[in-house]
Design a protein around this ligand. Structure first.
Ligand code: DQA
Length: 151
């Protein structure tokens, strides 16, 4: 069974209490439970992580690249939080490893402040999803299953 690696960036550990009008009231642990069910339903193992540190996220992308080479990775679902809008390092890591990656945001970033309209991740992502609330994680896992036969 292949693994879906779900990476969450800065401040996503605050889900549940952080701006609930934007991100909802479910915690990151609730999101992990939701992802567990979605992975079960789609025949994936789940590896679910969160970090507030850019370098740690870069290293996890490198690890994903090694898993992809070994044939054990279905793909990465990345909610890079605010690093989406700032991180050339994450862009380079995704490009350099060639990992199959879906960029995900809980909120509709295009309906928010202008600084959230630019993403360093989108040009190197296979697909981009935003605005579905935390249920977007389950939708992204189903989408990852649907794109398994694509290069
Ligand atoms: C976010 C959107 C980002 O702009 C923000 O910095 C986040 C969360 C989202 O899931 O909607 O931390 O990625």
């Amino acid at each position: 069974m292949k693994t879906v690696l779900i990476l969450n960036g800065p401040n996503l550990n605050l889900l549940g209490t952080r701006e609930p009008q934007v991100y909802g009231s479910q915690t990151l642990a609730d999101v992990q439970t939701l992802c567990d069910s979605a992975c079960d339903a789609n025949g994936f193992d789940l590896d679910f992580r969160q970090s507030n540190h850019e370098g740690e996220l870069v290293e996890w992308i490198h690890e994903a690249g090694r898993m992809q080479t070994a044939g054990t990775l279905a793909g990465v679902i990345l909610n890079a939080g605010a690093y989406t809008h700032t991180s050339a390092a994450l862009h380079d890591a995704i490009k350099g490893t060639g990992v199959k990656l879906i960029e995900l945001h809980i909120s509709n970033v295009f309906a928010r402040e202008a600084f959230r309209h630019h993403s360093y991740i989108s040009p190197v992502a296979k697909a981009v999803m935003c605005g579905f609330g935390v249920n977007g994680y389950a939708l992204a896992i189903a989408a990852m299953a649907a794109m398994q036969d694509q290069p």
